[in-house]
Design a protein around this ligand. Structure first.
Ligand code: PHB
Length: 392
């Protein structure tokens, strides 16, 4: 089998890349280890920054997102029992975020690709890359128990945080920057009415809590927990009691409890692989970088990488230019490190850290929160990063 761009992984990065390439007349094949049903039902993040919404809308995959997504003009920071609104819309000249689940983005992209005759091979498990530093790289993959080969001009490694593609960058050329946080999030989906029009990021002595949403009837809620916690130690009653304790305040605001439809524990880490390219291989999205979810940047960074790579491949195929491809990693890394800093900063400001035994960090965090909520300059910094910087 042959194509111009072989894409490993049908997450947001791989699907969007394939879609953007198609719009420039460039052929691609996506190899995805899981089934269509599995990728379209896995619950992940849900915040699209303005850049991502614009990109999806401008390229014809924004119709359902515009109709069914929830546009939020602000967020709340809640601490000392009170909520403070950051008016992102006003602070950023009219920009906003849209709450629309990642698996909905995936459904829209899969549908668009398949309707346009795009080739996505589901349950095709890429096992190894070959000759990535030659003009004819290949991807070996397992489908229906057989090993097959996809030969391409370029390979895009869009295979997520446990990337196999990443291993094809020689160890001597690769640098890995990583930070593991001593905390995790317990995430739930609950069937309950919405309690806030906008997301509520809460700092409390007992730990962080986040109130997000999926629809007027389904809420997405998170609690800081220990990284080694097991779901078995979080029965429903304990989860609701913990939300009540962390969200309670003098204003009397509270979320509504309801049946819990799903529970997960997610670890928190920051990771960057440099460079994001080697020979004819390009890493896109989580394969090259992972952010803690506090800044809601993961999916948005993947979309930004996909756009840079699609433009660079377009310049190569359609105008014979190689410079944009050569600069792919450097171009992406500017945005990646900005998002890394923002995600680390939000994480550091909003969580209780187990090593803060004398409360010094807690005092700094409360000071920082008050500052962000009272200084227009500080609030603008949060807002423009949160909705997504247009240029980095
Ligand atoms: C979500 O709705 O899943 C969500 C929202 C904001 C975050 C992380 C996750 O920072």
């Amino acid at each position: 089998m042959r194509t111009q761009v072989g894409i490993v992984g049908a997450g947001p990065a791989g699907l969007l890349l394939s879609h953007l390439l198609h719009r420039q007349g460039i052929d691609s094949v996506i190899l995805e280890a899981r089934s269509r049903q599995a990728i379209e039902s896995t619950i992940r993040a849900g915040v699209l920054e303005q850049n991502t919404v614009d990109l999806l809308s401008e390229t014809g995959v924004g119709e359902r997102l515009q109709r069914e997504g929830f546009r939020h003009h602000g967020i709340f920071l809640r601490f000392n029992g009170r909520s403070h609104r950051i008016n992102m819309h006003e602070l950023t000249g009219g920009r906003a975020i849209t709450v629309y689940a990642q698996h909905e983005v995936i459904k829209d992209l899969v549908k668009t690709r398949l309707e346009a005759g795009g080739r996505i091979l589901f349950e095709a498990d890429a096992v190894s890359l070959h000759e990535v530093d030659t003009p004819r790289p290949t991807i070996r993959f397992r489908k229906d128990g057989q090993i097959e080969e996809l030969s391409c001009d370029f390979i895009a490694g869009c295979d997520g945080s446990h990337s196999m593609c990443r291993d094809s960058i020689p160890a001597g050329l690769l640098r890995v920057y990583e930070k593991i946080y001593p905390l995790a999030w317990l995430g739930i989906l609950a069937e309950a009415p919405r309690a806030s029009e906008e997301l509520v990021y809460t700092y409390h002595d007992r730990g962080f809590a986040l109130v997000s949403t999926r629809s007027p009837q389904i809420q997405r809620l998170y609690l800081q927990c220990a990284p080694n916690d097991q779901l078995s130690s979080w029965p429903d009653e304990r989860i609701w009691a913990e939300f009540h304790a962390r969200l309670a305040g003098e204003d009397g605001w509270m979320i509504h409890a309801g049946p819990i439809l799903e529970k997960v524990i997610v670890g928190m880490r920051s990771l960057v692989i440099e460079p994001m390219q080697h020979g004819r291989l390009f890493l896109v999205g989580d394969a090259a970088h992972v952010v803690p979810p506090t800044g809601a940047k993961g999916l948005n960074l993947a979309a930004a990488d996909a756009r840079v790579l699609a433009d660079a491949l377009g310049a190569w195929y359609n105008n014979g230019q190689s410079k944009p491809l050569e600069e792919y990693s450097a171009t992406c890394l500017r945005r990646v490190w900005r998002a890394q800093h923002f995600s680390w900063w939000m994480t550091s400001m909003l969580h209780r850290f187990p090593d803060d035994d004398h409360g010094f960090q807690q005092r700094l965090q409360l000071s920082q929160l008050s500052y962000v909520c009272s200084s227009r300059a500080a609030a603008t910094s949060l807002a423009e990063n949160y909705v997504g910087l247009e240029r980095v």
